[in-house]
Write a protein that binds this ligand. Sequence first.
Ligand SMILES: [Zn+2]
Length: 370
Amino acid sequence: MTPVTPDLARYHRQMLLPGFGEAGQLKLLGSSVFVVGCGALGTVIANTLARAGVGQLIIVDRDFIEITNLQRQILFDEKDVADAIPKAEAAKRKINAINSQVEVIAVVDDVNHANVEKLIALGRGGKVDLIIDGVDNFETRYLVNDAAVKLGIPYVYGGAVGTVGASYAILPHTPKADSAWEKTGYATPCLRCIFEQAPPPGLNPTCDTAGVIGPGVSIIANYQANEALKILTGNYDRVARTMLNIDLWENTVRQFKVAKAYDVGECECCKKRNFEFLDGKFGSSTTTLCGRNAVQLSLKQQAGKMDFDEIAARLRPHGAVSVNKFMLRADIKDNGEPYELTLFTDGRAIVKGTKEPNTARGIYAKYVGA
Ligand SMILES: [Zn+2]
């Protein structure tokens, strides 16, 4: 039987690029990419990768679309808000209309240590070829970083909040140094080589407290997608060896040299291969508090690290906040729904107003950060 030739005409302009060609395009069409989170970064990433002809996109997001998302989340519109469609599903519909050659698997779920490897295994051939991050918290990024290093999968990190954004491509070191990128000398340090620990909650602003500028998100997400296209077409020599950092309000573009971080450090993840986030040692575990319409989040790694005064200052514009030496309590209205958020110094948090662990984790990530 004659194999069906994929329609390559639509990719003509990118096949003209150096190091791309028909061979590169066929590699893209045969590739699977895991898009972790489908908000501001994730929609831009998924849009770009689908138009470029990445064969399979696995899009995972736990959230629904809100009117405040439309300022920057380019795959969504007012009808999606009115219909209360989950982000992953709405993204799948849009991408099917943009490029029917792309297979989209939409999963409406939280990405956590119990399911991340199963999600990666949805990729063609039993695992994805690349993981790209459109999430809003460091806990999930470290989890994804652990999984990427353990399984030897390239991972492109990105983050954008306020007017600032950062991105960095990880070609992970492997135990036998036998990956295509490591054999040719292009492995890069992992996220934990560079940031050993996540910043404590409250230290980093979140989009919901500090705002976010749409063009900053697009620039970072497309920078991530660009690195992904290099990696998926095997152009490892073209991948940046630096971490990009931009501030669109201050007009600064910086490239941090991070290449030596693996050699000089003692990384728990990629050097010692101790996958603490994937093993569930860190990261939040949740308990629904029976009869109280509340969920408890237990964030062990944050014990004693919370700066309540700083967090209180950021939360006050959203509602009443009270602080004592044991806890912080805040009333928050999120998408019209009232919640009461209580933070404890031992790393626990209680979100009152929901019985859903995913909703509680979402409120925590939005207003405290992680
Ligand atoms: Zn590392």
